[in-house]
Write a protein of this length. Structure first.
Length: 328
């Protein structure tokens, strides 16, 4: 398997990252190009083709060994049909048959999935989930994305829309999420949610906090990164905010334990890097929010792949063991 090769393509609202990935998960080469997300459908496709062409041009000897092209993209999308439906941050594509277009252009098989699902599969195969049968992957960033990987297979559900764990509510009276529901874990623990709670805390008179100082008192400029930097500087309010974030995640993960009882929880994404010091706090609190008597045995670990998770995960759609990835 280590000798197999695939191209992984990570499509985002501002860039397309692509790389050559070996069957053991090693990324041998990677590049990125701008994404024409607000252009025409053809211009968006041209961005994807440019990224793939750049990989092939840089690694010409690998061309004959490439098993296929995996693509991770924000949803909604149809992984079985290979169609991008209507993601908010890629408005150039509406019901766009991306897989068919990539197959037509490069004459190799291609697979498409939600970027969170793809990243979770990559972690399950080669990353922090290697050696575990059932993996629950979480990416904490501008949103909360999740993937359910069971026996190295992405669980898609009946219509391909399963695994939206970020929109599991922990308080039906809580703040309204962008999805329209109230109290989703995303509205509390994604980057914008942490920033919102920080602004509220500072506006209520958190005297002396470095959070306000970093933005020169302009509270509307507070971001999750502001909180993280203040915490690294020893700020007590920032610590409280991150402790609260860990506690909210523990409530949510307790629900996931009762529903799925995975072998491991893997936390990835930029926000998760701010929570590394609080993983033990989460481990200690999850048992308070589940009836599972052995929940403390489930590890909560950081992801192996950082900013490269999109490339590795997309390639995993091709390089996963037979039957473990979505249908072409």
């Amino acid at each position: 398997m280590a000798e197999a090769l695939a191209i992984g393509v990570d499509v985002g609202g501002t860039k397309v990252a692509a790389g050559l990935v070996r069957g053991d998960g090693a990324i041998l080469y990677q590049t990125r190009v701008p994404m024409a997300a607000t252009g025409t459908a053809a211009e968006g496709l041209a961005s994807v083709r440019e990224a793939i062409d750049a990989v092939l041009a840089a690694q010409p000897a690998a061309r004959s060994s490439i098993a296929g092209i995996g693509i991770g993209s924000p949803g909604p999308l149809d992984p079985e049909g290979g169609v991008i439906i209507n993601p908010r941050n890629i408005p150039c594509w509406r019901n766009f048959p991306l897989v068919a277009e990539v197959v037509r252009a490069f004459r190799v098989k291609a697979r498409l999935d939600n970027d969170g699902n793809a990243a979770g599969l990559g972690e399950a195969l080669w990353g922090a989930g290697a050696g575990h049968r059932n993996v629950f992957y979480v990416t904490l960033g501008t949103g909360v994305g999740t993937a359910i990987v069971l026996d190295k297979r992405i669980h898609h559900g009946r219509t391909g829309n399963a695994g939206e764990g970020g929109h599991v509510s922990i308080d039906y009276r809580g703040p309204q999420c962008n999805c329209g529901k109230r109290g989703c874990i995303e509205v509390y623990c994604a980057g914008p949610g942490i920033a919102r709670r920080a602004r509220e805390r500072v506006s209520q008179g958190a005297a002396g906090s470095r959070i306000a100082a970093q933005v020169a008192g302009k509270l509307e400029e507070i971001r999750a990164e502001t909180v993280g930097e203040a915490y690294r500087q020893g700020d007590a309010v920032a610590r409280e905010l991150l402790e609260e974030t860990a506690d909210l995640l523990a409530v949510w993960l307790g629900n996931i334990v009762d529903l799925l009882e995975p072998d491991v929880f893997i936390l990835g994404g930029g926000v998760s890097e701010m929570l590394v010091d609080f993983l033990e706090r989460m481990r200690q609190r999850v048992p308070r929010w589940t009836i599972n008597p052995r929940s403390a045995e489930i590890p909560i670990v950081p992801a192996r792949y950082g900013t490269e998770s999109g490339i590795a995960g997309a390639a995993a759609l091709i390089l996963a063991p037979q039957g473990a990835a979505p249908a072409e």
